[in-house]
Design a protein around this ligand. Structure first.
Ligand code: UDP
Length: 329
């Protein structure tokens, strides 16, 4: 297949590019490099353009025949989305419509969308299945849900088939160590904990220890980036087989507290990790755990790297490469 990976220079997108190429697919990365890294794109052609630039999108779709588009290019910081909602509605929603419209015009009919557990908002029950009410509590989550809703309408009206994949907590890195997580600024727990282990940071903050959870810290469902990429490939097969659109929750179905993640990292790295008790972060639900039964049943998805130790070990190998290079971000 010939697959366009939008945001292929970012964390999850770059792992997708590598997997697609390894499976023998032709891949083109579209990225504006606002947050991505050129050297993270390890295969295929790279086109630098912004999703706001409809003419550039039309030219790209005219340049070759794409069987599918995978869309990873969005802003991901919840707190920033509250302070700067325009940035999120513009990029994550309006620019995504640009991409969808260019696809429709070019006759490309398969789309995989990086959605998020944030579409659910404060959970009414855990684990969270697809039938759980969708009431996002911040602009970030709203933009993801708005795209999901637009996709249902685009399927009905234009025959654009899509699969929305709602990631819980993406973590880990390429098992071969070629690429990994590199956000700047980094806000995610696993890389921050490992930067504290490698000495790139003095300590890691624990945001709140008085939640209604066994040890008082927030519980999350960490899922390996390669397992997320597997689901994208399966989603392409699913759309081809079913000729319809769908949305699936992706997680391991097992929750780990912030303290458990830190303890796992201490064990895996053999390094001390200093912790600073800090106030709660706004908008953090106490527990977010996926019920991914539907993805397993419908897509045939079966996470290969479900153990938190493995997720942390792969992320640690990547952090060590970085720490030894002395690179930032
Ligand atoms: N967290 C933390 N300290 C940090 C970063 C994150 O205690 O420096 C907590 C955060 O409050 C949440 C969990 O770790 O409960 C996972 O946060 P992350 O930002 O990695 O992912 P999110 O759950 O926001 O998607």
């Amino acid at each position: 297949m010939n697959v366009l990976v939008v945001g292929g220079a970012g964390y999850i997108g770059s792992h997708m590019v590598k997997m697609l190429a390894a499976r023998g697919h032709a891949v083109v990365t579209l990225d504006n490099f606002s947050t991505g890294h050129r050297d993270a794109v390890v295969a295929g052609r790279v086109v630098e353009a912004d999703l706001a630039d409809r003419a550039a999108l039309d030219a790209l779709f005219a340049s070759g025949r794409f069987d599918a588009v995978m869309h990873f290019a969005s802003f991901i910081q919840v707190g920033e989305s509250v302070r700067e909602p325009a940035k999120y509605y513009r990029n994550n929603f309006a620019n995504t419509l640009n991409l969808l419209d260019a696809m429709v015009a070019a006759g490309v009919t398969r789309f995989v969308f990086s959605s998020s557990a944030a579409v659910f908002g404060e959970p009414e029950r855990v684990p969270i299945d697809e039938a759980h009410p969708k009431r996002p509590i911040n602009p970030y989550g709203r933009t993801k849900l708005m795209v999901e809703e637009a996709l249902a309408d685009y399927d009905a009206a234009y025959g654009l088939r899509s699969v929305s994949l709602r990631y819980f907590n993406a973590a880990g890195a390429d098992p071969q160590g070629a690429i990994g997580e590199r956000h700047d600024p980094e806000t995610h727990l696993v890389p921050l904990v490992l930067q504290a282990a490698s000495g790139r940071r003095p300590s890691v903050a624990v945001f709140g220890d008085d939640y209604d959870t066994p040890d008082g810290t927030c519980v999350r469902d960490y899922i390996h980036v390669v397992d997320l990429c597997d689901a994208h490939l399966l989603a392409l097969d699913w759309m081809a087989a079913h000729g319809s659109s769908g949305a699936f929750n992706l997680g391991n179905g097992q929750g780990f507290s912030v303290r458990e993640v830190i303890d796992t990292a201490r064990r895996v790295t053999g390094r001390p990790i200093a912790v600073v008790a800090s106030p709660r972060r706004e908008g953090d639900p106490a527990r977010l755990v996926a019920d991914a039964t539907l993805a397993r049943r419908e897509l045939g998805w079966n996470p290969r790297f479900a153990a938190l130790d493995t997720i942390v070990a792969h992320a640690w190998a990547w952090e060590r490469t970085h720490a030894s290079r002395g690179t930032e971000g």
